[in-house]
Design a protein around this ligand. Sequence first.
Ligand code: CA
Length: 224
Amino acid sequence: MRVLVVEDEKKTASFIRKALQAEGLAVDVYGRGDDALVAATTTSFDALVLDIMLPGRDGLSVLRQLRERNISTPVLLLSARGEVNERVEGLNAGADDYLPKPFVIAELVARVQALGRRGGETKSTLLRMADLTLDTVSHRAQRGAKSFELTAREYRLLEFLMRSPGRICGRMSIIEKVWDYDFDPGTNLVDVYIKRLREKVDDNCEPKLLHTVRGIGYVMKETP
Ligand code: CA
């Protein structure tokens, strides 16, 4: 589960980050609302922890922008004591939950985990990149007008890469996530699967989506 935390008070942000990481969640932290909006629209998160008073763009504005763009990531709003109007406004703007400061960290963690679970139920079943779609229920993939079958392992690999668009996935993280190995099998396993996947996804298609980052790993993105 990956969480975006938007909080400009450094101590609070660091406190939240540590508590969520201790529960095994991946955490990205931003201190500015405008930066967070960019991050939340370009990367897929399972939940957002969003402070209301922020530099750049306030939390309610970030929330409204996300909902206008049909991004339904569950949002937990944080706000200072007494901001009752903001709380109501936030819930109207599409927040899923609300926690006044100061809060007990265990409660924040529990609420974030609950949001992540709830989000998982309503999340779109289709992953998209350019004209490539991957159905996470039927495990079928389609590029343009051509649909193709994937083996179970090819599916897991493609899903893993498509869930991190534009992010370089190292060979070791692929081995861990797709094969569940916590050691490097020392073979060209990943390369073999990438080659097969590339034939299905990219052959005779433009733009190429599956790119090799020499010596590091692989990335899926629309631009070379
Ligand atoms: Ca603040």
